[in-house]
Design a protein around this ligand. Structure first.
Ligand code: UD1
Ligand code: CA
Length: 507
């Protein structure tokens, strides 16, 4: 089989195709968006990104992307995702045939099989393109088109075959007669053909059709009329061939893509509690026996290790989650969450957050550029920005790392096994040594040596009888008077302070 002789995705000497041409100049009017159509995103990539990713394993030496509408944006994006690809400008959008001709003109030295693909086909998979190319090579046809049998062919080009089943031509919906319109085999907008033959046929494509455009699809009829054989390769999964022309189709494609990703994860042993509310980008990796709870969204280059539990209602972007970690109702970007770490509920981890093994970031805690040591805890209501916290340290509730002086950001370092009091301000730059304590309510502006107790707050002063004098007649004054009377009656208050028990580290 030619698929074995020319396996796509390997670094065999001869690539499966000589060049890849992506047609991406169209305006995408039906999207009703200022964003060029191929830059709309789903599953963590743009449509263009998905098409290029599907074609990449073919190993083509040349990739050309035809740009036109919104060309600055498309070209800039292309430079980011595939710097080696060539952006070819189609000044006027005279149709897909014109676009293909412009691209092939920019690749004058290319000979042999060329893949030409619509830029709005985000569900294409490498295996489908490999199958198309293999079928093309095996048949030895001059050109092979990817097709699909669909229930709803409206709007798509119809594949017209002769009685023997050989492809005769493609007829666009708008130019089709009733019999042709009844055909349910449609053109996916993906073709592999001999560069020289396609170049030559494109010079003969006219625009005498209902849209007044040069149709790439006319190449098939021209080649057949020349006596060439043209093939039609049916995709195994018709979903692969679906285009994307408006926001409703984009949402449908996004759902299909997500279903595919979750299907792959679940086959690999990931526990997905509610696939309908779980969204995972194609670029994310999740290990077996991780649990994704409802409302989980994993984006970018996020990785989740075995046994970790994510969600409910958690969004992680470019974040690494270690084995057995728990991340509940959290939002994280560019964070590293170590093994057996506990995050949330209600935590916000911003870029540069690094949580070492068994550490904890609790409820209503925000972190940024913060390194939290092994077993260290920031359990409640805190902001930790530009900070290093040593292993085994506990940060009291309602602590703020005061990192910004209005002009520059500064760093705070807290040593290991320290115990900082509730409601502290660490005014950076400042350091707290290993094993040090700080008193509740302290504003720490100076370094605290190891083992010291820092107290940085006003001393308490009680003004006896103030309420009776200054707020007479209030409920507070009445309660105070009653308490005073009870005391003089001899029913003095009991000593309610605890005896012997150490205060809890995490109050
Ligand atoms: C096209 C096919 C149709 C097929 C369908 C599959 C043609 C004539 N028709 O129809 O048979 O069933 O795709 O989705 O090709 N483009 C340019 N420059 C242009 C015009 C278009 O680069 O001047 C690009 C578009 O950006 C798009 C692709 O070519 O990626 C196809 O154009 P589009 O207008 O989307 O064609 P369809 O009507 O969808
Ligand atoms: Ca289209």
């Amino acid at each position: 089989m030619s698929q074995q002789e020319h396996p796509a995705g390997t670094t065999s000497a001869e690539p499966a195709v000589a060049a890849v041409v992506v047609l991406a100049a169209g305006q995408g009017t039906r999207m009703r968006s200022r964003t060029p159509k191929v830059l709309h995103a789903l599953g963590g990539r743009t449509m263009l990104g998905h098409v290029l990713a599907a074609a990449a394993p073919l190993g083509a030496r040349e990739t050309a992307v035809v740009v036109g509408s919104g060309r600055e944006h498309v070209t800039a994006h292309l430079a980011e995702i595939d710097p080696a690809a060539l952006a070819v400008v189609q000044e006027e959008q005279n149709g897909s045939g014109h676009a293909a001709a412009v691209a092939l003109d920019a690749l004058p030295d290319v000979t042999g099989p060329v893949l030409i693909v619509n830029g709005d086909a985000p569900l294409l998979r490498p295996e489908t393109l490999a199958g198309l190319v293999a079928a093309h090579r095996a048949a030895g046809d001059v050109l092979t088109v990817l097709t699909a049998d669909v229930d709803e062919p409206t709007g798509l080009g119809r594949i017209v075959r002769d009685t023997a089943g050989a492809v005769q031509q493609i007829v666009e919906e708008k130019d089709a007669d009733d019999d042709q319109r009844a055909i349910t085999e449609v053109n996916a907008g993906v073709y592999v053909g001999d560069a020289a033959a396609v170049r030559e046929a494109l010079t003969r494509v006219g625009s005498a059709n209902r849209q007044g455009e040069q149709y790439l699809t006319d190449v098939l009829g021209l080649l057949v009329a020349d006596g060439h054989r043209v093939g039609g390769y049916r995709a195994d999964d018709p979903a692969d061939t679906l285009g994307c022309n408006d926001q409703r189709e984009l949402a449908e494609r996004r759902r299909t893509l997500n279903d595919r990703v979750l299907d792959r994860l679940m086959r690999g042993g990931v526990i997905v509690i509610d696939p309908r509310t779980t969204w995972v980008d194609v670029t994310v990796e999740v290990a077996a026996e991780a649990v994704l709870h409802p409302g989980t969204q994993l984006h970018g280059v996020t990785t989740v290790a075995a046994g970790a539990a994510i969600g409910p209602d958690t969004t992680l972007t470019d974040t690494e989650v270690g084995e057995g970690a728990s991340v509940v109702r959290a939002h994280a970007t560019l964070a590293v969450i170590g093994d057996e770490v506990s995050v949330g509920p209600f935590a916000y981890l911003r870029p540069g957050t690094r949580l070492a093994r068994r550490s904890k970031v609790g409820t209503f805690v925000e972190t940024k550029n913060a390194s939290i040591g092994e077993g260290a805890k920031v359990p409640h209501l805190s902001y930790v920005g530009d900070a290093t916290i040593g292993e085994g340290t506990n940060i009291g509730a309602a602590t703020v790392f005061v990192n910004y002086d209005g002009v520059a950001k500064h760093h705070t370092t807290i040593g290991s096994h320290a115990r900082t009091g509730a409601d502290n301000m660490f005014v950076a730059p400042v350091q707290v040594g290993d094993g040090a304590y700080t008193a509740a309510g302290s504003v720490i502006t100076e370094d605290v040596p190891p083992g010291a107790m820092a107290v940085a707050r006003g001393r308490q002063r009680n003004v006896a009888g103030w309420v009776g004098l200054r707020r007479p007649g209030t409920r507070a004054a009445e309660a105070a008077a009653a308490a005073a009377a009870a005391e003089t009656d001899g029913n003095g208050h009991a000593d309610i302070r605890p005896t012997g028990s150490a205060p809890d580290d995490e109050q």
